[in-house]
Design a protein around this ligand. Structure first.
Ligand SMILES: *Cc1c(COP(=O)(O)O)cnc(C)c1O
Length: 391
């Protein structure tokens, strides 16, 4: 099998599995209890809190562990909005956010908040000027993703953060796709809140974290015990948190090497596809993008068709995003970037990872061109374009 869907989820690294296994077995103590077994679990969580804080350039007290990246986004957005509702009701975001952010904003609209959804340019970039223009007296929060999960574009968060600091408006960024692809430092990014998810960087599903800058107050989503500084009740997912810590340690050790290798393979894949297949449009920003995502629109055919053809060859890729591919609507991201429906329908995302090999890229470059050609032979749109001399 060739797995090229690392933006959807990653396999668990063997070192991570090994590190977490004891906490599913012998080390089962509840971190809130008071004997040695419990202290061991509590200590393990504290170690991860320190490691992740160090990695992000934050203080350990500024890290809240959550049950997912989605929960971290929800906590940042709803938690801040509820806390600040007496000060203002206006939020600024973009049209190309992950649904964890978009649907949190939609939910707040139903509760009386107002949301401005900024439209990106054709490369998926929103500008600081757009944010400045959208700001109002009653703006309480800006939430803009660090890197986009469908097209890989990186947003100018550091500059937007500068503006937000000047205007005293809080800034949240969804950095789920950025972990391990570039340095993620909260001070460089000028953010107040930042979300990550373990399963996008070789830890298991079901564990995430939110950075909350000291002094930023949030209403919790989950009430109960005093865990996570009273911001997220519930007995901690000790094994998951330990796993996330090990995954961060691996990024410290080999993150930079991974980026160099993955970038080279990604460039080879993109060049190979553009060379071998006509009428293909790369999507996302050509340079300001994460190293592991290659995304395209293959004109005159459906992304789902390509996905299924590759699946028959045991190659895993995505069309649109994992969350939207259950529906037949084209990706909200590509539509916001100005791609017409019929072109957005032909989108495919290939996302590389730590164990992607050159032979796998060669195999994809062998299988994909004839698959696209077969689909086009059956496509009336393609026949039309040929007749009109468009291709
Ligand atoms: C995967 C993803 C999420 C959601 O994380 P989960 O842990 O799957 O809930 C949020 N934002 C982005 C950009 C993602 O890629």
């Amino acid at each position: 099998m060739i797995y090229l869907d690392h933006a959807a989820t990653t396999p668990v690294a063997p070192e991570v599995f090994e590190a977490m296994a004891p906490y599913l077995q012998a080390e089962y103590g509840n971190p809130s209890s008071f004997y040695a077994l419990a202290r061991q679990a509590r200590g393990a969580i504290q170690e991860v809190r320190e490691r992740l804080a160090m990695y992000l350039g934050a203080n350990p007290r500024e890290i809240i562990f959550t049950g997912s990246g989605s929960e971290a986004d929800n906590l940042a957005i709803k938690g801040l909005a509820w806390q600040m509702r007496e000060k203002g009701r206006h939020i600024i975001t973009t049209q190309i956010e992950h649904h964890a952010v978009l649907h949190s904003c939609r939910a707040l609209e139903k509760q009386g908040f107002e949301v401005t959804y900024l439209q990106p340019d054709h490369f998926g970039v929103v500008t600081t000027e757009q944010v400045a223009e959208a700001m109002r007296e009653d703006t309480i929060l800006v939430t803009i993703m660090h890197s986009n999960n469908e097209v890989g574009t990186i947003e100018p968060i550091s500059e937007i953060g500068q503006l937000c600091m000047e205007r005293k408006v809080r800034l949240h960024t969804d950095a789920v796709q950025s972990m391990g692809k570039m340095p993620v430092k909260v001070e460089d990014l000028n953010v107040d809140l930042l979300a990550i998810a373990g399963h996008k960087f070789y830890a298991p599903k079901g564990v995430g974290a939110l950075y909350v800058r000291r002094g930023v107050k949030l209403q919790p989503l989950i009430d109960g015990g005093a865990q996570e500084f009273h911001k997220r009740a519930g007995t901690e997912n000790v094994a998951g948190i330990v796993a996330l810590g090990k995954a961060v340690e691996l990024l410290e050790q080999q993150g930079e090497e991974d980026v160099v290798r993955i970038t080279r393979l990604r460039d080879k894949l993109v060049a190979g596809i553009l060379e071998r297949i006509p009428a293909v449009e790369p999507t996302g920003h050509p340079e300001q993008r994460v190293c592991n995502i290659a995304s395209f629109c293959f004109k005159y055919i459906e992304g789902e068709g390509i996905l299924l053809s590759l699946d028959m060859e045991d190659i895993c890729v995505s069309s649109g995003s994992a969350c939207t591919s259950a529906s037949l609507d084209p990706s909200h991201v590509l539509l916001a970037m100005g791609f017409p429906h019929e072109i957005a329908h032909g989108s495919i995302r290939l996302s590389l990872g730590r164990w992607t090999t050159e032979a796998e890229i060669d195999r994809v470059l062998e299988v994909l061109p004839p698959a696209v050609e077969r689909l086009r032979e059956m496509s009336p749109l393609w026949a039309d374009a040929v007749a009109k001399g468009e291709v």
